[in-house]
Structures are given as C-alpha cells and as structure tokens.
Design a binder for this molecule. Sequence first.
Ligand SMILES: [Zn+2]
Ligand SMILES: [Zn+2]
Length: 162
Amino acid sequence: MIADISSIKNSEGKITVNETVEFGTVTFGGGAYEFKEVSVVGSIINIGGSLELKATATGEYITPCARCLKPVMSSFDADIYEDLTGEDANDELIAKDGNEWDLTELILSDILLELPMTVLCSEDCKGFCPTCGKNLNSESCTCESEEWDPRFDILKNFKADL
Ligand SMILES: [Zn+2]
Ligand SMILES: [Zn+2]
C-alpha cells in the first residue's frame, strides 16, 4: 500500500486511507497464511510534525489446521496504530521513496501479531494418530492411544525446533 504523504509532510493535516491490499501467501512463525483481499480503512495524520497511521485492517486468510493440516479459512479484524516518524518508527518496514511511502510491510507485521498462534478446523479435531499417522477425523485405527494427548503436540513441536 503506497501512501502519498506530500500534502501532510510539512504541515498538519490528514489523508484518508481506504485501500485493498494484496499480501499473497506469507510465512510467519512457522505457519503459512494465504491472505485473501485485505481492506485497510483509516487515516494518516500529521499532528505537531509527526505522522501517525490509524487504521483498521479486515480480511480473510487460509492456514492449515494445527492438528490435521486441513486448510481453514478465518477472518481477522486488526487495529493498526503506528507512529511513522517518531523514534520508534519501524524504518526497515517502511519503504520511503520521496513522498510515496510503502506501508505494506508495516501493516502486514501488525496484522500477523493479531492472528492466533494456532488455528483448528474444529475444537474437537482429532488430528493424526501419533503412532500410525492416520487422519483420525476420517479414519480409525487400532493403535493403543485412545485419547488425544496434547503432550504429543508439544513433543512434535519440540522435535521440529531442533
Ligand atoms: Zn483439523
Ligand atoms: Zn493409529
């Protein structure tokens, strides 16, 4: 999302933001998120010389179920509030090219922080059998472990991190 800040760069004022942003597929924290169109609505304001972005980003994304890997569509609604010029400004996330500032990365980073760490296709998704690997939502097996034990999840993640 490119914002032309020329009208408020050197004087107090406000620009309205109402855009559709394409992020495509993003990998973050070991997960993959396939974003559908994301709508960003808000404004960029010059208050006393500092530029602030205040917006709401809404959209949908598809990510695999944490237990059975089936793709799950979820929606999000993220508040974005960023000081674009202050000491804490994330300069590496804002591509500043004269008066045209690309805020795509900055907005995406705020959205990713709002997404849940784990998405499940359903609360009682049975996932895969840790012994034989069958998807227990559609198949049954004769392995010993009758009940899902969340400790298997932890062990699996622990191994994946090594
Ligand atoms: Zn599932
Ligand atoms: Zn099994």
